[in-house]
Design a protein around this ligand. Structure first.
Ligand code: 9D3
Length: 271
């Protein structure tokens, strides 16, 4: 089969002024194997190729003044229009997304929707960002990967691609995908251990060596609850409201200040 879509392949187009950054990390490991196996395809478009002037200018000074530069709407629009020419016209199944610190935070729920589509066109922001008019005119969705500052959208684009591709059929083993379905239910994972039984004087928790599967499962549930309460009170609240607050026999989350509110790591790593 020649046609990627007909072959069931997930098609990703990346618009960037740093095309040399791709496939980068995506060529390694599971995503790299899946790329070779044509489970997904990657087309990298150099935004600079869509600049029409002699100097291939992609940016200009911000209207109203201020620091930095803004990506020009005409150049970015030409790149988007080129990318979308052979994409599915159904934007629901092939959205155009700009990775931007002002975007909506990426969630696993959105990743699932994206992975269920035919493809993605990703614009990697650089400089202060992209001219607002092209985002509106081309119905571009803005997505952030979290509240920290990077130098550009390329690494976020790779993160999004990695998250989506791993959900495509044939990328993960059955074992891993089944675990994903049933297990976590919005909690952090329990801690993991492997041999040696004692390492640097630290023993594997006795219960894990007992062979008592029901007790092991219960220990893992309580550890997952403990870690989630400590590190992600937001997730814990969502989980307890989902399950009517009866998920765990432990004390409920108190109004005590979080570790972040107290200025960082405190008892987080006490075991
Ligand atoms: C001074 C205002 N800055 C916004 C916080 C400007 C700015 C900083 C960094 C504009 C762009 C960038 C580059 N970052 C991204 O393109 C980016 C990003 C990020 O920095 N954090 C989390 N997710 C993303 S998605 C794209």
């Amino acid at each position: 089969m020649q046609d990627q879509a007909a072959a069931g392949g997930f098609r990703v187009k990346v618009l960037t002024i740093l095309p040399e950054m791709f496939p980068g990390a995506l060529a390694a490991s599971l995503t790299g194997k899946a790329l070779k196996a044509r489970i997904w395809s990657l087309e990298v478009l150099d935004i600079r190729e869509f600049a029409r002037n002699k100097h291939r200018t992609v940016d200009d000074t911000p209207a109203g003044g201020g620091p930095g530069m803004v990506m020009k709407p005409d150049v970015v629009a030409a790149a988007i229009d080129h990318a979308q020419a052979d994409a599915s016209g159904d934007r629901g199944r092939w959205p155009v997304i700009c990775l931007s610190p002002r975007g909506r935070p990426l969630t696993q729920a959105r990743v699932r929707e994206l992975a269920a589509g035919e493809g993605l066109t990703l614009i990697c922001g650089r400089f202060e960002g992209v001219d607002q008019r092209v985002l509106e005119a081309r119905h571009v969705e803005e997505v952030s990967i979290g509240d920290f500052v990077l130098t550009g959208g390329e690494i976020p684009a790779m993160a999004l691609i990695d998250a989506a591709v791993r959900l495509r059929p044939g990328v993960l083993g059955n074992e891993e995908s089944a675990v994903e379905e049933s297990f976590s239910r919005g909690l952090l994972e329990h801690p993991h251990y492997t041999r040696p039984q004692v390492w640097e004087g630290r023993a594997i928790p006795e219960i894990l060596l007992s062979g008592h599967h029901a007790k092991i499962a219960e220990w893992r549930r309580s550890q997952a609850a403990r870690l989630t309460k400590q590190r992600r009170p937001d997730l814990w609240r969502a989980h307890t409201s989902d399950t009517g607050g009866a998920a765990d026999g432990d004390r409920e989350l108190s109004d005590a200040p979080t570790s972040a509110a107290k200025g960082g790591q405190t008892k987080d790593d006490e075991r």
